[in-house]
Design a protein around this ligand. Structure first.
Ligand SMILES: Cc1cc2nc3c(=O)[nH]c(=O)nc-3n(C[C@H](O)[C@H](O)[C@H](O)COP(=O)(O)OP(=O)(O)OC[C@H]3O[C@@H](n4cnc5c(N)ncnc54)[C@H](O)[C@@H]3O)c2cc1C
Ligand SMILES: C=Cc1c2[nH]c(c1C)Cc1[nH]c(c(CCC(=O)O)c1C)Cc1[nH]c(c(C)c1CCC(=O)O)Cc1[nH]c(c(C)c1C=C)C2
Length: 475
C-alpha cells in the first residue's frame, strides 16, 4: 500500500483518481499537481452575470452503461443531484440530429420509416446498408480504419457521409486514420462475435451495469440520454475539489511536472516548475500522453517512445449568443461531413438541450461552432497563431449559411483548445499493449489514466481513474 500518491494532471481524470483515493478505507496521502491556474482540464464553463453559461469543452454526459452509472453515482455522492439537468429520450435534443450536406440541413434518419425510405443526403434507403451488414463476411485484420470498416460493412455512402461526420462529432478526427478497434470497440467486438455489427449491437454484450443509486435508477426510469450540471460542466471538478480539500488532499495549481526520477529505493522524485520536489511511492499520470513522455527519465525511453505516438488534435470552440432569432430546426445540432467543408466540424444548438443556461433577459439562442480538428492546420495554420477574429468570422459565416441566422451575436467567446482530443489511430491497441507490458515488466510504480488511452468521454476518463485506483489499492 503506497503511503504517498502523486497524481499529475488536474483534469477530470486526475480529480476522479484523487476522489477514489480519498474514499479508500485507509487513504494514502494524496498530492495533485496541476500545471495551470485552475482545476478541471477541458471541463471549462464561462458563467456571465445574467446567468448565461458557455461550455468550452464537454456539454453533456451520457448516463448509460457501467461507466455512465458510476459517474452519476459519484455525482450524487458529491451532493450534486439538485444541479443535474437531464435530457430525456423524447426531448428534441435526443431525437433530432442533423447533417449539413449538399448545401442543406438533413435530419438523420431514425426509426423504421427512416430506414425504409431513401432519405437525403443518402441516395438509397439505409435498409440496404443494414442488409449488407448482415451478409458481409467478417473482417480478419487485427485492426482497421473506421472508414474501411464502415465501407466494408455498410457501403461507401454511409462511410463517406454518416461515419465521416460521426468521427468529426466525437473525435474531431478523420475516420480514414482512426482505429475502429480502439475508437468504437463495441462495433469491432460485435462484428467479431456475431459476424454482423447490427446483430451484435442488438444482442448486447451482457456487460456489468455499474453502480446503483437513486440517481442512476431515476436516469433509467426517466430514460435520460444525457445530462449536464447547472452552472456548467465545470461545476463537477469544483465539487470534487471541495470534497477533497477537507479530507487532507493537497491540490496544487501552477505546479507543472517537469521530470520524474526513479530513486534506488523504488520511490519517485517528482520535480515540478517552479522549482519544487516531492517524493511519492506511486505516481498516477492523468496527463496527455505527450506531456508524460516529456517528463519521463532516460531509462523509460521505450515507454516515452510509445507515448509520443498518441497524437491529439486542436479544436476551435466558438460560443455565440443571439437575441431575437429562431433556428430553422430543433435538435441537438448538426454535423458537417469533411467532403462538404473540412474546417467546419459542426454546430451544437446549446439552447435546445439546456435552455436553463440561456440567462435572464429577452430570449436568446446559444450555439457552439466547432472548427478544425484533424483539419486545423490545413484550414487555419499553426494553432498558437490562429487569429481569434478569423475563427469568429468563420463561425458566424457558418451560422448564416447553414442555419440562416443573420443577426450579429450579442456575445461571443473564441477558444483554441490545443491538442484537446487524443486520436486513437490505427494500431493504438498494440501501443497500449506495449505500454502496459513495459510498465509491468519494469515494475514501475506508475499508473496511466485519462483520455489518451482508452476512451475520450468524461465517463471513460472517470472510469479509467476508478480502475487504476482499484488496482493500486487492491480494491
Ligand atoms: C471541445 C470538447 C468537447 C467535448 N465534448 C464532450 C462531450 O460532450 N461529452 C464527453 O463525455 N466528453 C467530451 N469531451 C471529452 C472530454 O471532455 C475530455 O476527453 C476529458 O475532459 C479529458 O480529461 P482528462 O482529465 O483526461 O484530460 P485533460 O482535461 O486534458 O486534463 C489534463 C490536465 O493536465 C494538465 N497538465 C498538462 N501538462 C501538465 C504537466 N506537465 N504537469 C501538470 N499538469 C499538466 C492540464 O493543464 C490539464 O488540466 C470533449 C472535449 C473537448 C475538448
Ligand atoms: C462537432 C464537433 C464535436 C461535437 N462534440 C464533440 C466534437 C469534436 C466532442 C464530443 N462529443 C461527444 C463526445 C463524447 C463521446 C462519448 O462517447 O460520449 C465527445 C468527445 C458526444 C457525442 N456527440 C455526438 C455523438 C454521436 C456523440 C457520442 C455520444 C452520443 O451518441 O450522444 C454528435 C455530435 N457532436 C457534436 C454535434 C454537433 C453532434 C451531432 C449533431 C459536437
Amino acid at each position: 500500500m503506497p503511503r504517498t500518491v502523486a497524481v499529475v494532471g488536474g483534469g477530470i481524470s486526475g480529480l476522479a483518481a484523487c476522489y477514489h483515493l480519498a474514499r479508500a478505507p485507509h487513504p494514502p496521502k494524496v498530492v495533485l499537481l496541476e500545471a495551470g491556474g485552475r482545476l478541471g482540464g477541458w471541463l471549462q464553463s464561462t458563467r456571465t452575470e445574467d446567468g448565461t453559461v458557455f461550455e468550452h469543452g464537454p456539454r453533456g454526459v451520457r448516463p448509460g452503461g457501467a461507466a455512465g452509472a458510476d459517474t452519476l453515482h459519484m455525482v450524487s455522492e458529491l451532493g450534486l443531484e439538485p444541479l443535474v439537468l437531464p435530457v430525456a429520450a423524447d426531448h428534441p435534443a435526443s431525437r433530432h440530429r442533423f447533417l449539413y450536406a449538399n448545401g442543406a440541413l438533413h435530419r438523420m434518419p431514425s426509426g423504421l420509416g427512416g430506414l425504409l425510405r431513401a432519405v437525403p443526403p443518402f441516395s438509397r434507403a439505409l435498409i440496404w446498408s443494414a442488409v449488407r451488414d448482415l451478409m458481409a463476411p467478417m473482417g480478419t485484420e487485427p485492426d482497421e480504419s473506421i472508414h474501411s470498416f464502415a465501407r466494408r460493412r455498410f457501403g461507401a455512402e454511409v462511410a463517406d457521409v454518416a461515419v465521416d461526420s460521426l468521427c468529426r462529432g466525437v473525435f474531431a478526427g478523420d475516420c480514414r486514420q482512426l482505429s475502429v478497434r480502439s475508437c468504437f470497440p463495441a462495433l469491432f467486438r460485435a462484428e467479431r462475435t456475431r459476424r454482423s455489427v447490427l446483430l451484435g449491437l442488438a444482442m448486447g454484450e451482457g456487460r456489468p451495469r455499474g453502480a446503483t443509486s437513486a440517481l442512476v435508477l431515476r436516469a433509467r426510469e426517466e430514460r435520460w440520454t444525457q445530462w449536464a450540471l447547472r452552472g456548467g460542466m465545470q461545476t463537477l471538478p469544483e465539487a470534487i475539489a471541495a470534497f477533497l480539500r477537507p479530507r487532507g488532499a493537497e491540490l496544487l495549481c501552477h505546479a507543472e511536472l517537469q521530470r520524474l526520477r526513479l530513486r534506488h529505493d523504488g520511490t519517485w522524485q517528482v520535480l515540478t516548475l517552479p522549482d519544487s520536489t516531492i517524493t511519492a511511492d506511486h505516481v498516477i499520470s492523468a496527463l496527455p500522453a505527450a506531456a508524460l513522455a516529456r517528463a519521463l527519465p532516460p531509462e523509460a525511453q521505450p515507454l516515452a517512445q510509445q507515448l509520443t505516438h498518441i497524437p491529439a488534435v486542436t479544436v476551435a470552440v466558438v460560443n455565440l449568443q443571439y437575441r431575437g432569432v429562431t433556428l430553422p430546426v430543433t435538435g441537438f445540432g448538426h454535423l458537417v461531413p469533411s467532403s462538404e467543408d473540412e474546417a467546419l466540424l459542426g454546430i451544437v444548438y446549446d439552447s435546445v438541450a439546456f435552455p436553463q443556461h440561456d440567462g435572464s433577459g429577452s430570449p436568446s439562442v446559444r450555439l457552439t461552432v466547432m472548427l478544425g480538428g484533424s483539419w486545423f492546420q490545413r484550414s487555419f495554420g499553426e494553432p498558437t497563431a490562429a487569429p481569434p477574429a478569423v475563427l469568429l468570422q468563420r463561425a458566424q459565416r457558418a451560422v448564416r449559411e447553414q442555419l440562416g441566422v443573420m443577426g450579429t451575436p450579442v456575445r461571443s467567446v473564441v477558444r483554441v483548445q490545443q491538442s484537446c482530443i487524443p486520436q486513437y489511430t490505427l494500431g493504438h491497441w498494440q501501443r497500449m499493449e506495449r505500454i502496459g507490458r513495459w510498465v509491468e515488466e519494469q515494475r514501475l510504480p506508475l499508473s496511466l489514466i485519462g483520455a489518451s488511452y482508452s476512451g475520450v468521454s468524461v465517463n471513460d476518463c472517470i472510469a479509467s481513474a476508478k480502475a487504476a485506483v482499484g488496482r493500486l489499492l487492491g480494491g
